[in-house]
Design a protein around this ligand. Sequence first.
Ligand SMILES: Nc1ncnc2c1ncn2[C@@H]1O[C@H](COP(=O)(O)OP(=O)(O)OP(=O)(O)O)[C@@H](O)[C@H]1O
Ligand SMILES: [Mg+2]
Length: 225
Amino acid sequence: MAVDSVTFDIRSGAIFGILGPNGSGKTTLIRVLCGLLRPTSGRARVAGVEVTERPDRVKAAICYMSQAFGLYRDLTVDENLRFYGGVYGLDRELDERVAWAKQRMRLGDLGNRLTGVMSGGQKQRLALGCAVLHHPPVLFLDEPTAGVDPGSRRLFWQIIRGLAEEGTTIICTTHYMDEAERFDRIAFLSLGKLTAIGTPPEVRAKFGGDRTLEDIFVMLQEQQP
Ligand SMILES: Nc1ncnc2c1ncn2[C@@H]1O[C@H](COP(=O)(O)OP(=O)(O)OP(=O)(O)O)[C@@H](O)[C@H]1O
Ligand SMILES: [Mg+2]
């Protein structure tokens, strides 16, 4: 079974983290919420759109940075941004949005840099810039910081926090529990069921208060059959 009786809601402008072991259904769940996968039962509503009924309508309201986000290595930073802007149908506002994305993603001087030679952290920020170019209210991030160094991860989450403060709702997955500790709310997903949901302190309190999120993660994982 891929995902089962999940249920949760998220207030707008929050950073909501979905945590769970490999294969627990995080990516599948995100693909349902993005209208890319049709669930066999249940309903999902994202940014006021009934995704399960009108998956086509949700696309304008979201951006999705997938686990394998595609940047073109042989294009420059500017060319990648302009390409994705074209895909999103940006026209007159394209120049302004490209400049905005480079500034927000701290890639200001790198417009002519070939993407293939950039560092992992820079590539991740460029991927985020491409994803949020059309500035939708809901942003899905699937393991956005896998393989990124601690300094670049911190910068990445500072940028994300800035977007959230401006009202963007963020739904993300991560295997880094230090990142999860700074999210507004988290949910542990285990074999398609939510085993805990709340703010990080609430979740820790549920398991006695003296365990770290990492301890709780491992404990829940070990309880799986
Ligand atoms: N279309 C599909 N048909 C059948 N099984 C699928 C399908 N998509 C995913 N699965 C299975 O569903 C389970 C959940 O997969 P999913 O990719 O959602 O997990 P995940 O939590 O994102 O894992 P990871 O942390 O490794 O990214 C896995 O066992 C996977 O093999
Ligand atoms: Mg996944």
